[in-house]
Design a binder for this molecule. Structure first.
Ligand code: GTP
Length: 326
C-alpha cells in the first residue's frame, strides 16, 4: 500500500522554528514529527510514502532520509511552484497506485485507517475522508454526511461557531482516476475545490475513533508533546521518573530543576540553578546558570544566557521579522 503525504507548506504558524526546518521534519519529543506518521501508516500496511515537497525539500530529505529501518520507504517529489493540496497530488499522478492514502503532513494520529480502507472498498467511493469529532470545531472545516457516509457538504472554518462537530481529519483514500481529472499545473485546494466538485459523485466519509491532533501551532505542538510523554498516543518513548524526556547525551547540571513537563533534546546543556518547565529545548540549545525557561520552545542551537527568564516564547535562530527562504 502507498501513501502520499503533503509536506509542501511553509508552516507559518510555527515560525520561527519553520524558517529553516519544514514542519514535518521538526523534532517532536525524540524524533522528527513525520516518523510518528510513518509508524502509524506502517501499522496499516503502507510500504511506500511519497512526500509531496515544496518548501525546503533538501532539509526534509536530510532529516528524514529513506525512512526508518523496517518502516515504509520514503520517496520525494518536489514541486517547483506552489500547487495547493490537490494540485500537489495531481503533480504526483505518474507515481500513484490505483488507490492510495493521502494525508496532510501535520497529522499526529492513530486512527483506524484499515477501517477507512474497508469502507472505501465497500462503497466504491472515488474519495473517502476520515472524520474526527472535536469539542470545539471553530478552527476546523466541518463535514456533514448522510447515514450511508456520503458527504453532503463542507463548511469552512468559522471562529464564531462553537460546540462539537465532525471535522476533516486530513486523512483520505483516493482513486487515481479521480485525481487524473484535476487540471494539471495550477494551484488547486483539495477542500475548497476538489471535494466540492465531487460532492454527490462518489465522495464518502467516516468518523474514526482514537487519537488525532493537527500539530500546526505552538499550542498544539505542546499538547502533542505532553500527549506522547504521558502515553496518550501509541508509541515508545523514554522518560524519567518525572515523566520528562532527556536525551542520553544532554548535559543537565545536577542542581538544575527540570519539569514538570519538559523535553531536553540531544546535545542540550542546562546549567546549575537553571529551571526548565513546560518547555521543549531542541537540539544543542543551552540554558545558562540560574536561567528560567517556562512554557517555551527553544529552537536548535539557541542560547539562553545565565540568569535570563524566558516565558511563553518560541525562539529560533532567526527571529520573527527576519524572513529566511520566504
Ligand atoms: P501554516 O502556514 O501554518 O498554515 O501551515 P501549512 O503550510 O502546513 O499549511 P496547512 O496547514 O494549511 O497545510 C496542510 C498540509 O498540506 C500541510 O501538511 C502542508 O505541508 C501541506 N501543503 C499545503 N500546501 C501545499 C502545497 O502547495 N504543496 C504541497 N506539496 N503541500 C502543501
Amino acid at each position: 500500500m502507498q501513501a502520499l503525504v503533503l509536506v509542501g507548506g511553509r508552516g507559518t504558524r510555527l515560525r520561527p522554528l519553520t524558517y529553516e526546518t519544514p514542519k514535518p521534519a521538526l523534532t517532536l519529543v525524540d524524533r522528527p514529527f513525520l516518523n510518528y506518521m510513518t509508524e502509524w501508516l506502517g501499522r496499516h500496511g503502507v510500504e511506500e510514502v511519497i512526500l509531496a515537497c515544496g518548501f525546503l525539500p533538501d532539509e526534509m530529505r536530510s532529516v528524514l532520509g529513506d525512512g526508518e529501518p523496517g518502516g515504509p520507504k520514503l520517496k520525494y517529489l518536489v514541486e517547483e511552484e506552489t500547487l495547493g493540496t490537490a494540485g500537489a497530488i495531481r503533480f504526483a499522478l505518474d507515481h500513484l497506485d490505483e488507490r492510495f492514502f493521502a494525508l496532510n503532513g501535520d497529522v499526529l494520529a492513530d486512527l483506524d485507517l484499515t477501517a477507512l480502507w474497508k469502507q472505501h472498498e465497500e462503497t466504491g467511493a472515488r474519495a473517502t475522508l476520515g472524520l474526527y469529532k472535536v469539542e470545539d470545531s471553530s478552527s476546523y472545516g466541518l463535514v456533514d454526511i448522510d447515514e450511508d457516509g456520503q458527504v453532503l457538504q463542507f463548511s469552512e472554518k468559522d471562529p464564531d461557531r462553537t460546540g462539537p462537530g465532525l471535522i476533516n481529519a486530513g486523512t483520505y483514500i483516493l482513486e487515481r482516476e479521480a485525481i487524473a481529472e484535476i487540471p494539471p499545473g495550477r494551484e488547486v485546494s483539495i477542500e475548497k475545490e476538489f471535494y466540492p466538485s465531487i460532492t454527490g459523485k462518489g465522495l464518502y466519509a467516516r468518523e474514526l475513533e482514537g487519537y488525532w491532533m493537527d500539530f500546526g501551532t505552538p499550542e498544539r505542538y505542546f499538547d502533542a508533546t505532553w500527549d506522547i510523554l504521558e502515553g496518550r498516543i501509541q508509541t515508545e518513548v523514554v522518560t524519567n521518573s518525572d515523566g520528562v524526556h532527556i536525551a542520553p547525551d544532554a548535559e543537565v547540571d545536577p542542581n538544575a530543576t527540570i519539569g514538570p513537563r519538559a523535553v531536553i533534546g540531544p546535545g542540550v546543556k542546562v546549567g546549575p540553578g537553571a529551571r526548565v518547565n513546560g518547555s521543549v529545548l531542541l537540539d544543542r540549545s543551552e540554558v545558562g546558570a540560574n536561567a528560567t525557561v517556562e512554557a517555551s520552545i527553544i529552537g536548535p542551537g539557541v542560547n539562553i544566557a545565565a540568569g535570563d527568564t524566558v516565558g511563553d516564547e518560541v525562539l529560533g535562530k532567526n527571529q520573527v521579522g527576519e524572513v529566511i527562504n520566504a
